[in-house]
Write a protein that binds this ligand. Structure first.
Ligand SMILES: C[C@@H](Oc1cc(-c2cccc(S(C)(=O)=O)c2)cnc1N)c1cc(F)ccc1N1NC=CN1
Length: 358
């Protein structure tokens, strides 16, 4: 990123400064007339999300895409949020992070065009893949480990990617090479914190065996940058069940915040999409977790896998494993016959959600 193009933004909190004055000109453009909206996929944070087709100028066939729309009557704030989310996604390039194809901001309604991940979101996939009495689950322990590994790889990339630089005002940087060296001292590459790693924010390329999982929603990181999640109603809007105590008590967010959330995502995966702390309110979860309470081992989850989740929930952030370390352990689990052969149990209380028509 051309550091000079990013003005320092003396924004509250330091982890997610992307530098104000995000240069929209830098975002890839999609010609509106080459987009066709096919069907609604559901309600996003702003407006409807559609499945669509994008006829790219230099390719014969149409590309399936997901299109996030911003309603015409949106406030300037919503517009800025929408833009910021696109700017965040545009910075990343990784097989386990959703790809931003481009934006249509020439007029209303505004569009963000993303690659279409035809398997839908991870939470629904897990719930709909639960074993039925007449059909053992199509999922194997390897599938659950692979899904966890995919998200872990995406998180490791985010953890390692410097997404913001603090820059000195231009005149200082241009003053002299010496000053530039001094300025460089301020070019501090920090790490990107997602803040909302959860199965609902991950999508699958397909439902079949070759599926891959990608992190596909950056709404929380965007809100923190815009600092409007406070305005949006504090704790009520926060994913408390995925957050460590130091985050919801002290507002302390580091990469180890995402490690805690990743542990909860693994719990979601190995419990096949159960809501964590079922039946508990956010307030009860905060009290229980701060007091040392933790999610129990999902039925049928191998002990070693549960141990890894628990390490993510260490009360001391520094003691939690890094995504690099977790990737290596998950890869080893995938080579362990003992773990791979563990069956995915049919848990009667876990039968597919009633709304899934057989
Ligand atoms: C913005 C939206 O992005 C997408 C949704 C689906 C997608 C979502 C659901 C179902 C299908 S499908 C199986 O009908 O193709 C595809 C596929 N690809 C996307 N890039 C999204 C990203 C997430 F990280 C989580 C949920 C959603 N949404 N938004 C509205 C519904 N889900």
């Amino acid at each position: 990123e051309n550091a000079l193009s990013m003005a320092f933004n003396p924004h509250y909190g330091s982890e997610n400064i992307l530098g104000q004055g995000i240069d929209v000109r830098g975002l890839p453009k999609v010609a509106r007339e080459s987009l066709k909206l096919v069907k609604a996929l559901g309600q996003g944070a702003f407006g409807e999300v559609y499945q669509g087709l994008y006829l790219h100028c230099n390719s014969p066939e149409e590309m399936p895409v997901a299109v996030k729309t911003l309603p015409e009557m949106s406030t300037g704030q919503a517009e800025a949020d929408f833009l910021m989310e696109a700017a965040i996604m545009a910075k990343f390039s990784h097989p386990n992070i959703v790809h931003l194809i481009g934006v249509c901001f020439d007029r209303h309604p505004r569009f963000i065009v993303l690659e279409l991940l035809a398997g839908g979101d991870l939470k629904n996939f897990l719930r709909e893949s639960r074993p039925r009495p007449e059909r053992a689950t199509a999922l194997t322990m390897q599938d659950l480990l692979q899904s966890s590994l995919d998200v872990c790889r995406g998180c490791r990339y985010l953890e390692g990617s410097p997404v913001h630089t603090q820059v000195l005002p231009v005149q200082e940087l241009l003053q002299s090479s010496l000053d530039v060296c001094r300025g460089c001292r301020y070019l501090e590459a920090r790490r990107f914190i997602h803040r909302d790693i959860a199965a609902r924010n991950c999508l699958l390329t397909s439902r079949g065996p070759g599926r891959a999982v990608k992190i596909a929603d950056f709404g929380m990181a965007r809100d923190i940058y815009r600092a409007d999640y406070y305005k949006k109603g504090g704790k009520a809007m926060l994913p408390i069940k995925w957050m460590p105590p130091e985050a919801y008590i002290d507002g302390l967010f580091t990469c180890k915040t995402d490690v805690w959330s990743f542990g909860v995502l693994m719990w979601e995966v190995f419990s096949l999409g159960v809501m964590p702390y079922t039946g508990c309110s956010n307030r009860e979860v905060m009290e229980m977790v701060s007091g040392g309470g933790r999610l129990e081992k999902p039925f049928g989850c191998p002990q070693e896998v549960y141990r890894l989740m628990c390490e993510c929930w260490n009360p001391s952030p520094a003691a939690r494993p890094s995504f690099t370390a977790m990737q290596e352990r998950l890869q080893r689990f995938m080579q362990d016959p003992e773990i791979l052969s563990a069956p995915i149990p049919v848990v009667r209380s876990l039968l597919p959600p009633a709304d899934v028509h057989v």
